[in-house]
Each structure stands twice: as structure tokens, then as C-alpha cells.
Design a protein around this ligand. Structure first.
Ligand SMILES: [Zn+2]
Length: 177
């Protein structure tokens, strides 16, 4: 590509971008303030403390950001009058719905992460109990604390192999020979 072609392509791109700039500007912002949508956005985001969610790295914050922009666009088109120049109001609705779906997925992912973290914690709890407990006096099997059997009385320890059980306070006691 020679320099003349490059400059020509750049001019074409500029014209294309300015057409988009004008159309989007009409749909999102007011005619007398090109930055009006962004000014509204920062006020809404501050009132909702969206920054705190971003700070906490909540992934849905990204989608809620887009949601706010879509609501601003919607209200802008309704209050300014005139037809949208880019996408229709129905497109905006569909976008807004899909951003909420994505936010819901972020919640679902968080719930899954919490669940697997809980399972891991329980597993390491059990491991910690096993390490402190002596092996089964009958079969030599590994022992574990069975909190489901306690019913609020006292911790019960059972052998994983033969099922022998005793109160936690007794499990490690052995009669000296
Ligand atoms: Zn045993």
C-alpha cells in the first residue's frame, strides 16, 4: 500500500467513524451536551456505589455498567423524541435483558465457587481431625469425627474401616499393657 492509498483509507475510516459518532451521540446523549450520558452515568454509578463492587472485583459490575448505559439511552430517546439512529428500542431492551442474564451468570459462578470452597474446607477439617486421632484400636483403620452423630451431646469419632465408634474424648485413650 502506498502513502496516497493509506491516506485515502484513513479519510474513509474517519467519515465512517463520524457517521457512527453522530448517530450514537443522538441516541445516547443530548444535542447540547455530547458528554451528558457519561455525566449521568457517573452520578448513577456513584449513587449505587458501583465503584465498591468494582473494587471488590464483582464480575457483574461490568454488566451492570452496560445496563445503566442502556437505561440512559432508553430514557434519552424517549424524552428527546425522534427516531433512534443506531439500534431500535427493542434492540436496547434485548441488550439490557442479556446484560442482566450475564450478571445472573456471574452470581451463579460465585455460588459454585463458594460451594466448592466449602467442600474443600470440610475436607481439610476432616483431614485435621484425622491427623489428631489415633488409628482404630480394633482394625487399625483411620478414624474421623462424625458430627452428624453428635446431636449436640459430644463429638463422636468413628473408624472409617470397621465403623467402631466412641466419644471423641475417649477415642484416643488406650489401656496401658
Ligand atoms: Zn476399625
Amino acid at each position: 500500500m502506498n502513502a496516497a492509498d493509506a491516506i485515502h483509507l484513513n479519510y474513509e475510516a474517519y467519515e465512517r467513524q463520524m457517521r457512527l459518532f453522530t448517530a450514537k451521540g443522538h441516541d445516547y446523549a443530548s444535542a447540547d451536551d455530547t458528554l451528558s450520558n457519561s455525566k449521568k452515568f457517573v452520578k448513577i454509578a456513584a449513587a449505587l456505589r458501583l465503584g465498591d463492587m468494582i473494587q471488590a472485583e464483582k464480575p457483574e459490575a461490568g454488566f451492570l455498567t452496560m445496563e445503566i448505559h442502556k437505561l440512559i439511552r432508553w430514557c434519552n430517546l424517549r424524552t428527546q423524541g425522534g427516531e433512534p439512529r443506531c439500534e431500535t428500542l427493542l434492540d436496547t431492551t434485548d441488550d439490557a435483558m442479556n446484560y442482566l442474564r450475564l450478571a445472573a451468570l456471574a452470581l451463579a459462578e460465585e455460588a459454585t465457587c463458594k460451594e466448592s470452597l466449602k467442600v474443600r474446607e470440610e475436607a481439610s477439617d476432616e483431614q485435621a481431625h484425622c491427623e489428631k486421632l489415633k488409628p482404630c484400636p480394633f482394625c487399625g483403620g483411620k478414624a474421623r469425627r462424625n458430627d452428624k452423630l453428635t446431636e449436640g451431646i459430644e463429638g463422636v469419632v468413628e473408624c472409617k474401616e470397621c465403623g467402631a465408634c466412641a466419644f471423641a474424648s475417649d477415642w484416643n485413650r488406650r489401656v496401658k499393657a
